[in-house]
Design a protein. Sequence first.
Length: 218
Amino acid sequence: MEFALKVVLAYLLGSINGALLLGRVRGVDIRTQGSGNAGGTNALRTQGPGFALAVIVIDVAKGWLAGAWLPSAGLAVAGFPGAEAGGAGPWLVPACALAAILGHIYPVFHGFRGGKGVATLVGAVAAVSPLALVALLATWLLMMMLWGFVGLASIVAACALPLILFAIGAQPQAPLLVFGLLCGALVAYTHRGNLARMRAGTEPRARRLWLLGRLRGQ
């Protein structure tokens, strides 16, 4: 019972989408602008760096809260009197972390149209394994320097997550490896449009981070 309730709460927490929440304050829906994605990259391109930074902070924070705070919190905090903290087994942390990512991608509060899950994934990985987060971000940055595509870098980094978790011996091993595999699959799926645009040659590059392109003079 505790396991299911906390996973549902993690999903609801993930459904609080930073771009859509702040967009309501500003009077815009960024799903109608730019790429149509309710995430940090589209927020940056359509609303500017200040808005995008606030979006990223919210989306990263909810992933961290779902993985680091919620699993050990007493459910009395969330309105279920008498429930004690902890005791739901090794699958609870990765399950809550994954539920928050799913909530971001398919938010119940916003018609199940959210972002691509990367910022919330970053917060979730920070909760389950800070060391894995360092390797995840390093992989993302390397891909950005080589190819300059945010979507490709996100896919490669997310798909590398189970390998990273295995290599560093993150525990509990089996739950975290399943978490990593599912995250990689989710991020690859949510970025399928980016892959199509890359094949068509219409995907924009982040040229400030594209070191290989600068070295080639492109």
